[in-house]
Ligand binder design. Structure first.
Ligand SMILES: Cc1cc2nc3c(=O)[nH]c(=O)nc-3n(C[C@H](O)[C@H](O)[C@H](O)COP(=O)(O)OP(=O)(O)OC[C@H]3O[C@@H](n4cnc5c(N)ncnc54)[C@H](O)[C@@H]3O)c2cc1C
Length: 382
């Protein structure tokens, strides 16, 4: 069977993984990106990402997460790079909080190892978190911390070693359907291909064939706070955590740079942007003050003034689940976008699915919930 020639537009983590899977199956792939692999303008940067298996966003993700976990290990072995450190993961909230219930349900339905720590046990095991009366922790041992920048670079390196052509600094300004396939215009040149994979992250609406997709650009800000006792906050002693407290909600990452714990506040809002290019490069002092107050209240072992702040763009859909499938209304086009703040951990399996769709037109993974056609009403009225 002749292999198609494929263009992948966007090499954030999703496009890089799709390129890897296509190339290792012998496909001729050209992978375009406006910027360098692992850059900090989109969604796939900022030192760390959470991997977890007991999934509050929906139990039906668990088989995908298990497959993603195995593929992360495969990519590590292929490239000799450490990408995923399994330090465990905590969900911390009042015992009857919906997230505690959802994460327990997911673990129970799939028979996943997990531990529920009552208030006293939580205080004793993880004193890095200040725990109020009535709060509990659910510990997921199949969780850990991923390194986003090396992960993107490793996936692209593996793809190139398998024969793909990565084209950084190649913004795609036009992509148009032709009688035989697609014509991609970038850096003043035309590239004719049989199939296009759109993996543009938050830039989805910048490309004409994706203009009608309901993908909103939002800014997510991360803050780093210096740990007083760095040893107590390294991954060997501090799992990743998702904290839901009446005064604050955030995800929390152990010290990876030798200095600071990272938090991503959820309670301070993820504002929408017209375009990822509008991402501010300096922090709003009000935001920093509010993040400091949360940390002073709930993380007693860190100095409550950020040493670093970074803002990143991500694409969100109306139901916070990705768009993954054949591009509605077009032939020979696959779209993977709108990962809504939780796509990183799943990227290797989403890349595998992307390659399945290009090469076979279908996949054995269950992606019904991610069907881009589920918003057809919205798209028609847009
Ligand atoms: C701060 C933050 C924290 C997060 N935390 C977690 C977490 O802990 N765990 C988790 O699983 N997920 C998390 N996520 C979500 C996850 O990181 C994203 O879902 C994932 O990185 C999305 O990757 P992507 O490849 O779709 O997008 P991106 O990484 O933004 O990549 C899109 C790429 O397409 C390129 N591009 C776009 N248009 C064009 C064009 N016309 N021509 C050429 N190139 C183009 C861009 O330059 C970019 O490189 C977080 C996201 C953010 C922002």
């Amino acid at each position: 069977m002749t292999q198609p020639r494929v263009a992948v537009i966007g090499t954030g983590v999703i496009g890089a993984m799709t390129t890897w899977h296509l190339a290792r199956r012998g496909t001729d792939v050209l992978a375009f990106d406006t910027y360098s692999p692992g850059h900090d303008r989109g969604a796939s940067a900022g030192e760390s990402r959470i991997f977890r298996t007991a999934y509050k966003e929906g139990s039906n993700y668990v088989p995908l997460l298990r497959r993603a976990g195995r593929l992360w290990r495969e990519l590590e072995q292929t490239t000799g790079t450490e990408l995923l450190m399994m330090c465990g993961g905590l969900t911390i909230a009042a015992a009857d909080h919906p997230d505690i219930r959802a994460v327990r349900r997911s673990a129970e339905e799939h028979d996943l190892d997990h531990e529920v720590l009552d208030t006293a046990a939580a205080r004793e095991r993880f004193p890095q978190h200040r725990i109020d009366d009535g709060e509990v922790m659910v510990l997921d041992p199949a969780a850990g911390v991923l390194r986003p920048e090396p992960a993107v670079q490793a996936a692209l390196r593996a793809a190139e070693e398998a024969g793909a052509t990565a084209l950084p600094y190649h913004p795609v300004d036009e992509v148009a359907e032709t009688a035989e396939g697609w014509r991609v215009r970038s850096a003043g040149k035309h590239f004719d291909v049989d199939h296009v994979v759109f993996a543009p992250g938050p830039w989805a609406r910048g490309l004409e064939p994706l203009r009608a997709l309901p993908v909103e650009v939002r800014m997510i800000t991360a803050c780093w706070f210096a740990a007083r006792d760095t040893a107590a906050h390294r991954p060997q002693r501090l799992p990743i955590a998702i904290r839901r407290h009446p005064e604050a909600a955030f995800s929390c990452f152990p010290v990876l740079d030798g200095v600071a714990v990272k938090i991503v506040p959820h309670h301070l809002g993820w504002p929408t942007l017209d375009d990822p290019a509008a991402l501010p490069r300096s922090a709003d002092p009000e935001f920093a003050r509010a993040a400091s107050a949360a940390v002073a209240r709930l993380l007693p072992g860190v100095t409550p003034h950020p040493v670093r702040i970074g803002a990143f763009a991500e694409g969100f859909t109306p139901d916070d689940h990705a768009l993954l499938g054949p591009l509605p209304g077009h032939r020979n086009a696959t779209v993977l976008t709108g990962f809504s703040g939780h796509g990183f951990k799943l990227a290797p399996v989403f890349g595998e699915i992307g390659a399945d769709l290009v090469l076979r037109g279908s996949t054995e993974h269950d992606i019904t919930r991610l069907d881009p056609n589920r918003f057809s009403e919205l798209v028609r009225t847009a």
